[in-house]
Design a protein around this ligand. Structure first.
Ligand code: ZN
Length: 284
C-alpha cells in the first residue's frame, strides 16, 4: 500500500498568468514581465514556494519569447528566493527548441513536463509526442532541471513510468495532477484518490483544480498530504462571482485553510528539500 506522507509541509505553487486568461476575463491577470514578477513576489510573501511561469507577447497572446522569460526570471531573482518553474508548453504552436530554450539557458530549478498529448478544450490538440518527451527528459537531466510531470489523465502516469524505466526520467518523480480541464480527467474526489494511488510510492504530488474545482481539490490535497497549485492560470475567481484582485489572495486562502487543518506551509528552502532539488548554489 502506498504510504501517505502527512508529515511533509505544504508546498504552494502559484501560476499567476498561464497561456489563456485575458484582461477581458479579469483585469487583474499579470501579462507583462514586470506585472508577472510583482505578482510572484506578492504570492511569495503570502506563502508560495514555487512560481510556475508563462509569458505573453506585447499583445497579451501566448508566447515562448525567450527575452520575456529572461526578464521575468531576472526580476523575480532580484526580489525573492522562490523556486522557479518555467513552462515548456506556452501555447499549442511552438517548436521543440523554442519550448526548451527558456529552461535550458535560464536554468530554473523546475520546468513542466506534460506527459502525453491530448485534445485541448474540444478545439485543438496539445501535442507532446514521444520524440519530444524523450528529448525533453534528457535535456532536463543535462541541465539539472527537475521535471514537474503534468498529468491530465491517468494514462499519462503510465507514460511517465515508461520514461522512468528507460532512464529518461529519474526518481523521485514529482507529479502535478491537472483536473477538470476539458479533454482531461474530471475533478472528482474519487479520481484524485485514483491518481495518487497510481504513482510510485516515493513520488511527491500536487493538484490543480481548474475553475470552480480549485477549492475542492486543494482541500482534499491538504488533508491527504499532497501539495497545491493555485493562480489565475487555472482559475480567476476567488469565490463564486468574485474575481481575485491578485494571485496573492489565492495563496492567502490556502494558507488559512492549511492552518485550520494543521498543515504547516513550506518555505522555498523546505520545498527544495521535500522535492530534492539541486542546491541553489549550483545555479548559474
Ligand atoms: Zn502552465
Amino acid at each position: 500500500m502506498r504510504k501517505v506522507r502527512p508529515v511533509d509541509k505544504l508546498i504552494i505553487t502559484v501560476a499567476p498568468t498561464g497561456a489563456w486568461p485575458t484582461k477581458k476575463d479579469t483585469p487583474y491577470v499579470p501579462l507583462t514581465p514586470r506585472e508577472i514578477a510583482e505578482e510572484v513576489y506578492r504570492s511569495w510573501n503570502a506563502g508560495a514556494a514555487i512560481a510556475h511561469i508563462h509569458v505573453r507577447d506585447d499583445d497579451g497572446k501566448p508566447s515562448m519569447n525567450f527575452d520575456k522569460f529572461r526578464e521575468v526570471v531576472e526580476l523575480v531573482r532580484q526580489k525573492c528566493d522562490i523556486i522557479l518553474n518555467l513552462t515548456t508548453s506556452g501555447g499549442l504552436v511552438f517548436d521543440d527548441e523554442t519550448r526548451m530554450r527558456p529552461f535550458t539557458e535560464l536554468k530554473p530549478e523546475m520546468a513542466s513536463y506534460d506527459c502525453g498529448s491530448m485534445n485541448w478544450m474540444h478545439s485543438s490538440v496539445f501535442l507532446n509526442p514521444p520524440d519530444f518527451l524523450e528529448k525533453l527528459g534528457k535535456r532536463m537531466q543535462e541541465v539539472g532541471v527537475k521535471p514537474e510531470i503534468e498529468v491530465f489523465d491517468t494514462g499519462m502516469i503510465y507514460n511517465s513510468l515508461y520514461y522512468l524505466n528507460r532512464g529518461i526520467l529519474t526518481p523521485p518523480l514529482h507529479y502535478q495532477f491537472v483536473m477538470g480541464a476539458p479533454g482531461g480527467i474530471a475533478a472528482t474526489h474519487k479520481n484524485l484518490l485514483h491518481l495518487v494511488e497510481s504513482i510510485p510510492g516515493d513520488s511527491t504530488w500536487s493538484v490543480i483544480g481548474i475553475g470552480k474545482n480549485q477549492l475542492a481539490m486543494s482541500v482534499m490535497a491538504l488533508t491527504m498530504g499532497g501539495h497545491v497549485r493555485v493562480g489565475m492560470e487555472d482559475n480567476v475567481y476567488l469565490s463564486k462571482g468574485v474575481l481575485a484582485k491578485s494571485n496573492q489572495e489565492f495563496v492567502e486562502k490556502i494558507v488559512r485553510l492549511a492552518r485550520e487543518v494543521g498543515r504547516e506551509v513550506a518555505t522555498p528552502d523546505e520545498a527544495r528539500e521535500i522535492l530534492r532539488l539541486r542546491k541553489p548554489s549550483q545555479q548559474s
